[in-house]
Design a protein around this ligand. Structure first.
Ligand code: PBG
Ligand code: ZN
Length: 328
């Protein structure tokens, strides 16, 4: 029998104050981003069945919600818009309408909160095309190069409305450069790009596609989103987007990809975001509703894991519950 002797890690775990003194990971409210699904109408609160606690919001209801969340300490939002009924077409033309849902929502948030809120807008065609793919289709395939202009125009519409950051999630090659060029030519040199640089083809997006009505009507997204088996490719994607002019990078999803977050963190000095996606949220909510998991403790542990892995920013549907319940 060997006794532990003089070196005892437990000494620093004896009280909360001691543990806090030496903790090397803290999740701060300032690093959280709350996503929102926005309806084209002024009013509306449509609960999302697969994401308990969340609803699609009309623009006035969005503003009311974001103002209340601001009181809790949430200072950044990521917006996804739904187009008006019947507006979807094969090209996703309504995605760059300056009077579209997201531009109007951005202007309304600016009017209510000025620069006290960071507005980030998702840039992708899947919520706006009738086929539900993230780009336009030529001969049955998602056409990379023909998708770049509509994506750049969409980003431009969001920038004109006053977005701080545009966040392309489509995974077309070269879209960061195309968006940077479009923004700069229009004089929006100050609007940043948060690139979904490392986005895997994941089953964890299921609930989101219901919420955003953006599921592909045929096939899947494996021809453009990354293969979950690949880690080295994450570095390649991250470096490419950095070279094309991205201001921030993202890894998505988060929990099954903590190794990827850690690798990308080591490969770039750009701020790095982790997206704690819809399926990760729904799984926790479902287990908590059954009484099988302690929601507060699980959310705390999950968010700490993302930050410990190297995320500077965490996009999470748990943001409001976590701050309201003082779970962090
Ligand atoms: C659109 C987009 C998706 C998500 C963010 N932007 C869905 C997808 O790629 O199918 C997923 C977010 C989530 O699951 O919370 N391209
Ligand atoms: Zn998409």
């Amino acid at each position: 029998m060997v006794t532990p002797g003089r070196i005892r890690p437990r000494r620093l775990r004896r009280s909360e104050a001691l543990r806090d003194l030496v903790a090397d990971t803290w999740v701060r409210p300032q690093q959280l981003v709350m996503p929102h699904f926005v309806l084209p109408a002024a009013r509306g609160v449509e609960p999302i069945a697969s994401m308990p606690g969340l609803a699609r919001l009309g623009i006035e209801d969005l503003v009311r919600t974001v103002v209340a969340d601001r009181e809790l300490g949430i200072r950044a939002v990521l917006l996804f818009g739904s187009p008006a009924e019947g507006a979807k077409d094969p090209e996703g033309a309504c995605a760059h309408d300056p009077e579209g849902t997201v531009p109007r929502a951005v202007r309304a948030l600016r009017d209510a909160l000025g620069s006290d809120i960071v507005t980030i807008t998702d840039v992708c065609l899947c919520g706006y095309t009738d086929h539900g793919h993230c780009g336009v289709i030529t001969d049955g395939e998602v056409d990379n190069d023909r998708s770049l202009l509509p994506l750049a125009n969409m980003a431009l519409a969001h920038a004109e409305a006053g977005a701080d950051l545009v966040a392309p999630s489509d995974m077309m090659d070269g879209r960061v450069a195309a968006i940077r060029d479009a923004l700069d030519h229009a004089g929006h040199t100050g609007v940043g790009i948060l690139s979904y640089a490392v986005k895997y083809a994941s089953a964890y997006y299921g609930p989101f596609r219901e919420a955003a009505d953006s599921a592909p009507q045929h096939g899947d997204r494996r021809g453009y989103q990354m293969d979950p088996r690949n880690a080295a490719e994450a570095i390649r994607e991250a470096r490419l987007d950095e070279r094309e002019g991205a201001d921030m990078l993202m890894v998505k999803p988060a929990l099954a990809y903590l190794d990827v977050i850690q690798r990308v963190r080591a490969a770039t000095t750009l701020p790095l975001a982790a997206y704690n996606v819809s399926g990760e949220y729904s799984a926790v909510k479902a287990a908590a509703a059954q009484g099988w998991l302690d929601e507060a403790a699980i959310v705390r542990e999950n968010l700490q894991a993302m930050v410990r892995a190297g995320a500077d920013v965490v996009i999470t549907y748990h943001a409001r519950d976590a701050l309201r319940g003082r779970w962090l």
